[in-house]
Design a protein around this ligand. Structure first.
Ligand code: ZN
Length: 248
């Protein structure tokens, strides 16, 4: 039986002498599939299986427990400017690594559509550095580790001026609940973090946020640090592409 679905090509590797094992990110979750003969005859897939292409994948189910066969692929979207722009490319590579390493349960359709819109926006816009914390916070949210920036994680009180932040506790603490793991954080920083975690993929808003932060470099640095700390604490993988992502 053949079934077709939209997919983002995350990676591919050689399988034996002639086949390719292709990692696809789809509205049904992640799927590993086998492109028969794709190493030898490039004709059938031309350059369709390059990473970060969006394709329509036509897959044939095989016996239980085996990977489906990728019979055919149609190109839906080719990230051209992303491939030709080094800064965009390392940003997308970081995102690709995250998508490849993290497993999500449920919410696949919402999650896929978020990624699709995001990649298309990155393709047609100038690179926004805030995309890094934006993406990290969104991934934390999708995986159920959303940091709490609105109320004290211990008592539920909503502080107005005085905030403390604790990574291990997963968010902000009020003056009464602060502990030795928490550090003081100002309202401006909290506001940006709240924005990043709340807004959908909206490049105009992200651009505006980034522009506003030009005046407050310290806040900007802080945002990047906090987001990355949360991300590494709750999703403690080895993030190889982070080494290259020093774009500030
Ligand atoms: Zn409290």
């Amino acid at each position: 039986m053949i079934f077709s679905l939209e997919a983002l090509v995350l990676s591919k590797e050689k399988l034996g002498e002639i086949d390719l094992l292709v990692e696809l990110f789809t509205p049904k979750g992640k799927i590993w599939s086998i492109a028969k003969g794709a190493q030898k005859s490039r004709k059938r897939f031309v350059n369709l299986l390059e990473e970060f292409n969006f394709i329509k994948a036509h897959l044939r189910k095989t016996s239980k427990g085996k990977f489906p066969i990728l019979e055919k692929a149609d190109l839906l979207f080719l990230p051209e400017s992303i491939r030709n722009d080094y800064r965009k490319y390392i940003m997308i590579s970081y995102m690709g690594e995250i998508l490849s390493k993290i497993n999500f349960y449920g919410l696949f359709v919402e999650y896929f559509s978020f990624i699709k819109i995001l990649f298309k926006e990155i393709e047609k816009n100038e690179l926004i550095l805030l995309l890094k914390p934006f993406f990290e916070l969104k991934i934390l949210k999708f995986s159920g580790w959303s940091p709490e920036f609105f109320q004290c994680v211990k008592c539920g009180y909503k502080p107005k001026k005085v905030f403390y932040l604790s990574i291990p506790e997963g968010g902000i603490l009020c003056f009464k609940c602060k502990d030795e793991n928490s550090e003081s954080i100002n309202l401006e920083t909290i506001e940006v973090l709240r924005n990043l975690i709340e807004i959908p993929v909206h490049f105009e808003k992200l651009k505006k946020l980034e522009k506003d932060l030009e005046k407050s470099i310290e806040v900007k640095e802080k945002i990047f640090k906090i987001s990355e700390k949360f991300f590494k604490y709750f999703l403690p993988f080895e993030w190889n592409s982070l080494k290259f992502l020093n774009l500030r």
